[in-house]
Ligand binder design. Structure first.
Ligand code: CUA
Length: 166
């Protein structure tokens, strides 16, 4: 009578062969699946950080500009494109808290407020935001912090913080 090991060696060969066959089928199948199959985001929609999960339609109220939303609080909606920020210069009084809402309206860009830890990265149509309180007067440079092509180095703007009076 033939002795059989546990588990049977033959059974293991069969299972191993089946698994390899399945793996080979999977690899071949992947070759025929287009690369964008798993990423079906609609780029006409923008993801708004902090909003409910998912993609939120970009809305026209996000027009570029600086608005005072409460005493000493400003909202700066800044559009980034090749290769400029709009607006690229604005003034706020000393002590102002500014919420930057930066949106890339063309390709990808970054926005870093020099001398602070604010650095935003934006794909096209992304909106990202960060707030900063300007306690010292002076000029604060903001620059594009993601390499975006030939005009990258000249892509900048500034916040002018006024000590009051003027
Ligand atoms: Cu825009 Cu670098």
């Amino acid at each position: 009578m033939k002795k059989r090991g546990l588990p049977g060696l033959e059974a293991m060969y069969v299972v191993a062969t089946l698994l390899m066959g399945l793996a080979a089928l999977f690899v071949v199948a992947m070759m025929f699946i287009p690369p964008d199959w798993f990423d079906r985001r609609d780029l006409s929609q923008a993801y708004v950080p902090g909003a409910t999960a998912g993609w939120t339609p970009a809305v026209p109220r996000d027009q570029p500009g600086v608005r005072e939303i409460a005493a000493g609080e400003y909202e700066a909606v800044i559009h980034a494109a090749n290769w400029e920020f709009t607006p690229n210069e604005f003034r706020v009084p000393i002590g102002s808290r500014v919420t930057f809402k930066v949106r890339s309206i063309q390709d990808f860009h970054g926005m870093a407020l020099v001398g602070t830890d604010i650095a935003l990265s934006l794909l096209q149509n992304d909106i990202a935001e960060a707030s900063y309180t300007f306690d010292d007067p002076g000029e604060y440079l903001f620059v594009c912090s993601d390499y975006c092509g030939s005009g990258h180095a000249s892509m900048s703007g500034k916040v002018i913080v006024q000590s009051g009076g003027s």
